[in-house]
Design a protein around this ligand. Structure first.
Ligand code: ZN
Length: 314
């Protein structure tokens, strides 16, 4: 699971590069700073603000010639308007927060923030399967927990029982039986993961780990596991769980060509043409429904790919 999460620190870099690129069209950013206000030429009030969600309580910092210093002021979890981004001061990327109404003007660490979701949870508590977008750029709402989670029967699980959305769990049971008929045994060991679980996982890693550990685990809201349609799988030998040794097992080989028939895709497949920002994960499959498979295959796989050829014309 860790290798999928390599994107993390890269997000800040992308933001900085985009903003600097935009700013340099209208004037050079000064002293490494790229004000978002600099890019549009509009009056400051009209400038679209970058919003980020702060998911951990943190000190507000001030910037001086010696770098960043924590102030006595702390900020609670909240969504914030960002005016400026600044990369790699003291090994971290920073966001400047200005809110005159609240008397806030200072800096916070970028890696404690996530994207602000642009989606609304429908009244029935269910995002439409296959249309949800969550990746290194797009986050799910922190309070999104699919309303139709069920426990996957233990006969389909290893290591622990997992939860999936009902339709995805039923599809996985069919995938398991089809695989078994083909002589391979595929079990789930990680399914739905709550926002709060991911938040704790992330914060524990960055607290106890080395400084750049935050690059290797997804930020809260940015994991497909929160969808409830994803399952990490393993074969009979659980030593391969979440390990690249799984790649060359008969189970992984079967999945690469057959998961699509059951409405699943390899989100982080080795052959995907659309970069996800995540590393290859042969064990992470996502249910998008059979109807969505042909379009997914067309956009994600090379036309010459064995699976793409099978779906051509469908
Ligand atoms: Zn996974």
């Amino acid at each position: 699971m860790r290798s999928r999460m390599i994107f993390l620190g890269a997000f800040a870099l992308v933001v900085v590069v985009m903003v600097i690129a935009a700013a340099s069209q209208t004037g050079s950013p000064q002293s490494g700073e790229a004000s978002l206000a600099a890019k549009s030429g509009h009056t400051p009030e009209a400038v679209p603000r970058l919003k980020r969600h702060l998911f951990a309580k943190t000190a507000l910092y001030t910037r001086s010639a010696n770098g960043m210093q924590a102030t006595a002021r702390s900020l609670e979890e909240q969504t914030l308007d960002v005016t400026t981004v600044l990369s790699n001061v003291g090994g971290y990327d920073w966001l400047r927060i200005v809110n005159t109404a609240k008397g806030i003007d200072g800096w916070i660490m970028e890696h404690l923030t996530s994207a602000v979701p642009d989606m609304k949870i429908p009244k029935n508590g269910l995002l439409p399967i296959g249309q949800e977008r969550v990746d290194r750029y797009a986050a799910l709402p922190h309070d999104y927990k699919p309303a139709d989670l069920v426990n996957l029967d233990m006969q389909y699980c290893r290591i622990r029982q997992i939860q999936m959305r009902r339709e995805a769990a039923e599809a996985f049971a069919r995938l398991h039986r089809a695989a078994k008929a083909a002589g391979v045994s595929i079990y789930g060991f990680s399914g739905y993961r709550a926002y709060e679980t991911q938040r704790q996982l992330y914060l524990n890693r960055i607290t106890i780990g080395e400084r750049h550990r935050q690059r290797y685990v997804a930020r809260p809201g940015h994991t497909e596991h929160q969808l409830g349609t994803v399952v990490d799988v393993v074969g009979p030998d659980i030593r391969h769980a979440a390990m690249h040794s799984f790649d060359s097992t008969p189970e992984a080989r079967w999945l690469r060509t057959n998961c699509y028939e059951h409405g699943f895709v390899l989100s982080y497949g080795a052959d995907n043409r659309i970069p996800t920002g995540y590393g290859y994960e042969s064990w992470h499959i996502r249910y998008i429904g059979k109807a969505a498979i042909p379009a997914w295959v067309r956009t994600h796989l090379d036309p010459g790919h064995e699976v793409a050829r099978r779906y051509a014309g469908r």
